[in-house]
Design a protein around this ligand. Structure first.
Ligand code: ZN
Length: 114
C-alpha cells in the first residue's frame, strides 16, 4: 500500500500534517522525535512522537509523526495488510455468539474499494 493508503488507514488528511522537505535528513527526523528536543505530537493521539517519516501526498511531502503504539499499529498493518483473523472466521464467531442467545443474524458485506 502506498502513502495515500497509509493515510487513509489512519484516517489522516494530508493537509493536517506539517509540510516536510522532499528529501529529509536523518538529523531533521531525529529532531522531531528526540525526547530532549520536545518531540512532535503523534498525529493520532497527541502523545510524544516515537517515530517520524515523510509521506508523499497530493498536498506535497508531509511529516507523519507517530507515538509508539500507533507506530506499531502501522507496522503491523504494513506487514500483513490483512486482518489478524480472516474475515470469515470473525463473522462466524459473531453469528455463533448471536445464535447462542437466540438472535438470528444476516451479514451483508461489500468491498470498500469498489
Ligand atoms: Zn499516538
Amino acid at each position: 500500500m502506498d502513502d495515500a493508503g497509509l493515510l487513509a488507514f489512519l484516517v489522516v488528511k494530508p493537509a493536517d500534517l506539517p509540510p516536510a522537505p522532499v528529501v529529509r535528513t536523518r538529523d531533521e527526523a531525529l529532531a522531531r522525535i528526540t525526547p530532549a528536543a520536545n518531540p512532535q505530537p503523534c498525529v493520532m493521539c497527541g502523545a510524544p512522537a516515537w517515530l517520524t517519516r515523510t509521506v508523499a501526498t497530493e498536498a506535497g511531502h508531509r511529516w507523519l509523526d507517530l507515538c509508539r503504539p500507533h507506530r506499531l499499529a502501522v507496522s503491523d498493518w504494513r506487514r500483513t495488510q490483512q486482518p489478524h483473523v480472516p474475515f470469515a472466521e470473525t463473522v462466524n464467531v459473531l453469528v455463533e455468539a448471536a445464535e447462542s442467545v437466540g438472535l438470528r443474524v444476516r451479514v451483508i458485506a461489500s468491498n470498500l474499494e469498489e
